[in-house]
Design a protein around this ligand. Structure first.
Ligand code: CTP
Length: 477
């Protein structure tokens, strides 16, 4: 460990900070996540510097020494300052003794000592500090034995967890997030304090909560965090729709699968294949409407008819409440949820060219993501069935490729435009245009005509004649 710290401390930036701190006569420390990450060998470019004294003055002095005076950003209200140096974001803050107002996350800030500052931090592994002053340059200050928790893989609060969490309830989500990201466990006392204090999440803004949830979703094994949220009772508060998926109903001895655990397995399987946050959200939401559409049908068993359509409709409400983006990212998730049954339906029957063309038409450029989601959606315990499905998906992928190259369906542009139809028949905008355009599109997707202007034009004339429309110049003769 000493070697790792030494290597870091040889970096020029820390020497400059040390010099500035000495000149101001202020003790200064590297603290928090950066120290944790050095020891874990995780790359990090966010550095927190804590000083017993004025953080803003220290930042300005460092900025001056680095020749970057203009680039120091000061947050007067918080008593903090930031500067960017090369690829590093460095934040300066004065040591604090903090007490929080009961109903808000806004702290009442008071100056404090190093010890005050360390004990008000969230976890022992985030409270380790390295001193930067003169003789003490490189001293490792770890009053809560964070280094041991790091070695054992344990998330634990420095103080009584009831105090740490009631100071800042977001830390309950952070505990679960770190456990998930780092593959650590949460110690029993800390875990039961999360359960006890869960209702304090109500004062945390959805934006902050989502930041943590998204980090859980982006971890290598996101199910771990979601299961911890379920076990501690955070899940129904943060994400009630997902909580509702848990459990199994049984009628006349027929049970359906537990959609909560199925969803988590799909999410974990997808996490092996893709880092795309929104594709991972699609995995979380693909069956979200199963509880709402669940019916027991005599002679058939449990059904979830239309859960993909209902699920797609639920997405905007969930995204809005969770303060997730309501732009094309949400539309992508909706599309994935709506289409997630299509590839599997396709391989269960014969993989016809026209079915593949229609899938390509509906999915467009998102077809590869959709296939990846559907492959992750196979969670059967029957290995033979899994193998067969994956093999069939390979056939679909191959066919998709062939048809995409041949027919250019992916970004389908109608070979005959609405304007051309209006001009040809001398008609104003109206439903006839839609009828003709649809007939052309269907004929192309069904393979009755090729995707080119000549064949589409001929079909346009035939279709128009059926509904009593003739080209203007022919009518004139
Ligand atoms: N911290 C805290 N309580 C919080 C947030 C942060 O005590 N609710 C402290 C911790 O000491 C943490 C440091 O502030 O290490 C920096 O916080 P942040 O940048 O949010 O997290 P990191 O620990 O650096 O981890 P990551 O970058 O993965 O978020």
């Amino acid at each position: 460990m000493d070697k790792k710290i030494q290597k870091i401390l040889n970096r020029n930036i820390f020497k400059v900070i040390a010099q500035a701190a000495d000149e101001l006569g202020q003790p200064a420390f590297v603290i928090g996540g950066f120290v944790r990450d050095i020891i874990l060998n995780r790359p990090s470019t966010d550095i927190d510097i804590m000083t017993v004294g004025n953080g803003i003055m220290l930042a300005e002095k460092v900025g001056e020494k680095l020749g970057l005076k203009q680039k120091v950003t000061v947050f007067k209200n918080f008593g903090t300052a930031m500067l960017r140096y090369r690829n590093l974001d460095i934040e300066f803050v004065g040591a604090r003794r903090e007490s929080y107002q009961r109903n808000s996350r806004k702290p009442i800030v008071e100056d404090g000592t190093l010890e005050d500052d360390q004990k008000r931090r969230d976890f022992t592994i985030n409270a380790m500090a390295i001193q930067l002053n003169g003789q003490n340059y490189g001293d490792f200050i770890d009053p809560f034995n964070g280094i041991e928790d790091l070695r054992l893989g344990i998330i634990r609060t420095p103080l009584d967890p009831d105090i740490t969490f009631s100071d800042d309830p977001l830390r309950m989500m952070r505990a679960i997030r770190f456990a998930t990201q780092l593959g650590f466990s949460i110690n029993d006392e800390t875990l039961s304090a999360i359960a006890r204090n869960r209702n304090r999440m109500s004062i945390v803004s959805p934006e902050r909560t989502m930041e943590e949830l998204n980090k859980i979703v982006l971890a290598d094994k996101p199910s771990k965090g979601i299961i911890l949220m379920e076990e501690t009772g955070l899940l129904p508060l943060v994400f009630p729709e997902l909580q509702k998926m848990k459990g199994v109903d049984s009628i006349k001895g027929i049970a359906h699968k537990d959609n909560f655990y199925h969803t988590l397995k799909v999410l974990d399987q997808l996490a092996h294949k893709s880092d795309n946050l929104w594709l991972r959200w699609s995995a979380i939401l693909h069956d979200i409407a199963k509880p709402a559409t669940k019916r027991f049908v005599e002679g058939i068993g449990w059904t979830f008819y239309g859960h993909n359509y209902v699920g797609a409709k639920m997405v905007p409400g969930i995204f809005k409440r969770m303060k997730l983006p309501l732009n094309e990212k949400m539309k992508f998730v909706q599309k994935m949820v709506e289409l997630h049954m299509r590839p599997i339906a396709l391989v269960e029957e014969e993989v016809t060219d026209s079915a593949v063309r229609r899938l390509l038409f509906d999915a467009g450029d998102d077809i590869d993501d959709l296939m990846t989601l559907c492959e992750a959606d196979i969670t059967s315990k029957n290995q033979e069935k899994v193998r067969r499905h994956l093999e069939n998906f390979q056939i679909v992928r191959q066919k998709l490729k062939e048809i995409d190259e041949k027919d250019a369906i992916r970004n389908f542009q109608p070979p005959v435009s609405g304007e051309e139809i209006m001009e040809t028949f001398g008609i104003p905008p109206g439903r006839e245009i839609g009828i003709i355009k649809n007939a052309i599109k269907d004929a192309i997707l069904d393979g009755l005509i090729s995707n080119n202007h000549e064949e589409a034009y001929r079909l346009m004339l035939d279709k128009a004649a059926e509904i009593g429309l003739y080209p203007v110049n022919r009518q004139a003769t």
